[in-house]
Design a binder for this molecule. Sequence first.
Ligand SMILES: NC(=O)c1ccc[n+]([C@@H]2O[C@H](COP(=O)([O-])OP(=O)(O)OC[C@H]3O[C@@H](n4cnc5c(N)ncnc54)[C@H](O)[C@@H]3O)[C@@H](O)[C@H]2O)c1
Length: 426
Amino acid sequence: MKKTVAVVGLGYVGLPLALVARNKGWNVVGFDVDAKKVQKITAGVAPFEDEFVATQLKDNPLEASTDPICIVDAEVVVVAVPTPVTDDHIPDLTPLTSSLESILPHLQDGQLLSVESTINPGVMTEVVLPIIKKRPELTIHIVHCPERVNPGDAKWSVANIPRVIGGFTKEATKKGKDFYESILDAKVKEMDSVMEAEAVKILENTFRDINIAFVNEMAKSFDKLGIDIKNVIEGASTKPFAFMPHYPGNGVGGHCISVDPYYMIEKARQVGFDHEFLKLAREINNSMPEFTVALLDRAKEKLELSEPITVALLGLSYKKDIDDIRESPALDMKKILEARSDVSLRVFDPHVPRMSTVDSLDAALTDADVVMLATNHSNLVEALTPENLKQYGIVCVIDGKNALNADGIAEAGMLYLGVGRTREAK
Ligand SMILES: NC(=O)c1ccc[n+]([C@@H]2O[C@H](COP(=O)([O-])OP(=O)(O)OC[C@H]3O[C@@H](n4cnc5c(N)ncnc54)[C@H](O)[C@@H]3O)[C@@H](O)[C@H]2O)c1
């Protein structure tokens, strides 16, 4: 008989994982508090943009429920609920604790419980374990196996990204490793403790945040010196060791890199350590939407633009070719632009039509003065050629992702302002 895995939280992480497990012969059931999402999934419709999810669900909907009792027959329970921060950047563990409380009455002796949500070191011990211990009669094998999925990445998916795992007992870790190796085409590394597994994920994501903050800061100073950061990174990348390219831009978004450092910052604060470096990185990355929008003032002065300046803000999601807008710097840019009395704003994102103010790129560009690219969606980058922009009468391109043809745009007679790179109109 097929073994069952129950997935708690059917979002960007939980749903692809559920489908990967099903493909590897597991019986899968999903639990989510979002009734609309459950309805879609059980009707075979992807609740968010994801080609793999859409294809998998189309002819074979997933069994899912808003009733936590659905986990009762599972050998394995995987928790993949959100771990956001509050407006003050304080970790909010409510989805995690409430999901655990709701499955608690239905847990069964001997089950493997894996938490995949991103958490700081200590959460498994201080938050997860005490909840499960409310059923002392049960032996639950508890592990943490942080998810590393990179939405929109064609090469690395839930199915083939290697994992690390840490359990409260050796037996739990071994059971967890066996489970993940049965569903993944990837290696699973056993860590010495749950806390080490928690720390791995925090290290990975703060590493990215800090490196991006570093190039963002370099972009700001190179901008003053008239040095092109993109060319410099290309040059530095010829060094075959000890340099890893990271790229500047209009900010860092998404549910991971812009959030996870705050979990570590807060935890460290509680134990008397001040994470100055992590805090500074967050500050620099959070300043980038404002820096990018402020390029408009340079354009205004150089080109003597008359008010109102019609700006086409293109892209809303936090990264290319997906529809996830969580913590997106494009939303901050939108807010800053909306507050400006000298700007008439159009907003268009082909992946986020519900928040667009126009329904096509053509409508966004017609009679616009300035294009501001906030997300480098492939179809936007392809369409924003110098010739096309020129035809629409655009006078300045502000490229928040350094993704467009800077030289071509300048040669076509437009001012190009990227993040740490400028080309005067020829
Ligand atoms: N999205 C990513 O790229 C990514 C990558 C790696 C790790 N993570 C981590 O994985 C976790 C999940 O992220 P996500 O992007 O899938 O989030 P998501 O918001 O897309 O999905 C989470 C799901 O959990 C459900 N949920 C919320 N509270 C619940 C509850 N009490 N009981 C049951 N279900 C509940 C929500 O309705 C939602 O469908 C987070 O900790 C995140 O940091 C995300």
